[in-house]
Write a protein that binds this ligand. Structure first.
Ligand SMILES: Cc1cc2nc3c(=O)[nH]c(=O)nc-3n(C[C@H](O)[C@H](O)[C@H](O)COP(=O)(O)OP(=O)(O)OC[C@H]3O[C@@H](n4cnc5c(N)ncnc54)[C@H](O)[C@@H]3O)c2cc1C
Length: 448
C-alpha cells in the first residue's frame, strides 16, 4: 500500500534562511499557523512562519476532512460558523480545487443513549440557529440509502462541509506566501528568547529571529515547547488511524459516522474511512503528570482510550524525549521532522470489515493509502487560545482536540486579531489557559 503522501522525504517548498527579524513569528505550519499567517499577511503585517518539517505534514493533512458545526462545544460554535464562511471564500481565492463541498455531516445512533446525546446538542444548535436536525430510523435509512445496519436514528447538519486536507492546507499556504508571508520549512523553533519577561526573539535551528510577538501553533508538540519555558499545559496526544479507498460507487456524498465506522466521500471518488471506537494513548511523563485533569473525560467515556506503556522514540511525550535543551543544540523538534505514526493494523482490518458490512453491495474495500495521526487533546476537549500571562508577547493556539481542521480558519482570524490587539468578536473565556489552574472544574465539551 502506498505510503502517506506527506513525509520529510518530500522536497522542501519553502527553503530558508529565515529573516533576521520579523514583527510576528508563527511556530507551526498546520491549519492554525497557516491561516493565522494568511490573515496577517493580507493586512501587510510582516510575518514569518517556521515549520520543523513540511507544511501540513502532521494533523492538518491526516484528518478526515470534515468541516462540521454539528456536535461542537457551544463556545466553539460561533467561531466554526465564521470558519465556514472563510472556507468558502478561501477556496475561491486560492485558485485551486481543495474539494470543498457542502454535503452534510451525519451521526448515526444505535442506541437511545446516543439519541439522548444528540438531543442535548439540539439545544445548542437551536440557540445558534443552525440547520441540525434529528432523524428517525426511517428517515435515516432514506438519507443514506442501501445501509445494511438498522439505526435508531441520526443527527444531521446539511450545511456542514467537507474538503481534502492533503490539498487544502498546502493550497492555503501557497496563498499566504503569495500574500507576503515568509514561510520556512525544515526549520524548527528551538526556544524563545525572553528579555525582562517578554519575548524578544526566537532561536531556530537556522539562527535567531528578532521579534516581539510569537504564536505557538505546534499541535502535538506545543506542550513540550512550553514546558521548556516553565509553562505547563495538560495536553496529551492520542494516535488515530485512517485510510483512503480506491474509487468506489457513490453511496453518500457527505460524511457520516456510526459506532464502528466513519466515512467521507472523497474528491477522487474514494472514501476516507476510520474505525469507530477508541484512540491509543502512549503513557509518558505528561500522561502521569496530568492524569487527574483527565478524570472527568475518562469517567464520561471510560472506553474512549486504550493505553500503551511507552511511545516510540522521539515522540512528544516519550520517556527518553529530552525536556531541556539549549538554543544552540539539537532540539526534539528536529529529531522528529514529521510525526508519522504507523496505522494500527487491527484498525485497518476493522475499517474494511465494518464498511463492507454496512454497504455489502459495494463489494471488496480496497485501500489505497493508510496512515495515523497524533491528535492533540485537552482534558475538556476544547483548545487553548490565549496569551501566556507569564511571557508577554507569547500567544498559544493549540489542543484542537480532534476537530481543528474545520474551525481552523476561524481560529486563524481570531488569533490574527489578537496579535494585532484588535477586537476579536468572540468570547474566548472558555479557551483561556488559566482554566486548568484557577480552580475551575474541568467541564468536558461534547465528545460526539
Ligand atoms: C486522524 C485524524 C482525523 C481528524 N479528523 C478531523 C476532521 O474530520 N475535522 C476536523 O475539524 N479536525 C479533524 N482532526 C483534527 C485536526 O486535524 C487538527 O485539530 C488540526 O489539524 C490541528 O491543526 P494545528 O495547526 O493545530 O496542528 P498540526 O496540523 O498538527 O500542525 C502543527 C505543526 O507544528 C509543527 N511544529 C511543532 N513544533 C514545532 C517547532 N518547535 N518548530 C517548528 N514547527 C513545529 C509541526 O511539525 C506541525 O506541522 C483530525 C485529526 C486526526 C489526526
Amino acid at each position: 500500500m502506498p505510503a502517506f503522501p506527506f513525509s520529510e522525504a518530500n522536497p522542501i517548498q519553502y527553503p530558508g534562511p529565515p529573516p533576521k527579524s520579523s514583527d510576528v513569528v508563527i511556530i507551526g505550519g498546520g491549519v492554525i499557523g497557516v491561516t493565522t499567517a494568511l490573515f496577517l499577511g493580507r493586512r501587510n503585517f510582516p510575518v514569518t512562519l517556521v515549520e520543523k518539517g513540511r507544511i501540513a505534514a502532521e494533523q492538518s493533512s491526516r484528518n478526515w476532512g470534515w468541516i462540521r458545526k454539528q456536535g461542537r462545544d457551544a463556545d466553539e460554535l460561533p467561531i466554526v460558523i465564521e470558519a465556514s464562511r472563510h472556507w468558502r471564500q478561501l477556496a475561491e481565492e486560492c485558485g485551486e480545487d481543495i474539494g470543498l463541498k457542502q454535503t452534510g455531516v451525519t451521526y448515526l445512533a444505535s442506541s437511545d443513549d446516543k439519541m439522548a446525546g444528540f438531543e442535548e446538542f439540539m439545544k445548542i444548535a437551536a440557540a445558534h440557529k443552525i440547520d441540525t436536525r434529528l432523524l428517525n430510523a426511517q428517515e435515516t435509512a432514506g438519507l443514506i440509502e442501501g445501509m445494511s445496519g438498522s439505526f435508531k436514528g441520526a443527527m444531521t447538519t446539511p450545511s456542514d462541509m467537507r474538503a481534502e486536507p492533503w490539498v487544502a492546507v498546502p493550497a492555503l499556504a501557497r496563498l499566504a506566501a503569495r500574500e507576503g508571508v515568509k514561510i520556512v520549512e525544515n526549520c524548527a523553533a528551538r526556544t524563545l528568547e525572553i528579555s525582562a519577561g517578554r519575548v524578544s526573539g526566537v532561536w531556530t535551528e537556522a539562527g535567531h529571529i528578532e521579534t516581539s510577538s510569537v504564536l505557538l501553533a505546534g499541535g502535538a508538540w506545543s506542550s513540550l515547547f512550553l514546558r521548556r519555558h516553565g509553562v505547563s499545559i495538560p495536553q496529551l496526544s492520542v494516535r488515530s488511524t485512517a485510510a483512503a479507498t480506491e474509487p468506489m460507487p457513490e453511496i453518500h456524498a457527505g460524511a457520516a459516522a456510526g459506532e464502528h465506522i466513519a466515512f467521507r466521500r472523497r474528491q477522487d471518488g474514494g472514501y476516507t474511512l476510520a474505525p469507530g471506537g477508541s484512540h491509543l494513548l502512549y503513557l509518558g511523563p505528561d500522561a502521569f503528570r496530568h492524569a487527574t485533569k483527565y478524570l472527568p473525560a475518562l469517567m464520561a467515556n471510560p472506553f474512549g482510550s486504550r493505553y500503551s506503556p511507552a511511545a516510540p522514540a522521539d515522540y512528544p511525550d516519550g520517556w527518553s524525549t529530552r525536556r531541556h535543551w539549549a538554543p544552540d543544540s539539537q532540539s526534539p523538534f528536529e529529531r522528529m521532522r514529521v510525526l508519522n505514526p504507523a496505522p494500527e493494523r487491527s484498525g485497518l482490518r476493522a475499517i474494511e470489515r465494518n464498511f463492507r458490512r454496512l454497504f455489502p453491495q459495494l463489494g471488496a474495500v480496497r485501500l489505497k493509502a493508510s496512515w495515523a495521526g497524533m491528535i492533540d487533546a485537552m482534558p475538556d476537549v476544547v483548545p487553548i487560545v490565549d496569551r501566556v500571562q507569564a511571557i508577554a508577547g507569547l500567544i498559544v493556539a493549540t489542543g484542537m482536540s480532534g476537530h481543528g481542521f474545520g474551525i481552523g480558519p476561524g481560529i486563524g482570524r481570531v488569533v490574527s486579531d489578537m496579535i494585532q490587539g484588535n477586537e476579536i468578536g468572540h468570547d474566548l473565556t472558555r479557551f483561556r489557559l488559566s482554566r486548568f489552574y484557577d480552580g475551575s472544574a474541568i467541564r468536558p465539551g461534547p465528545a460526539l
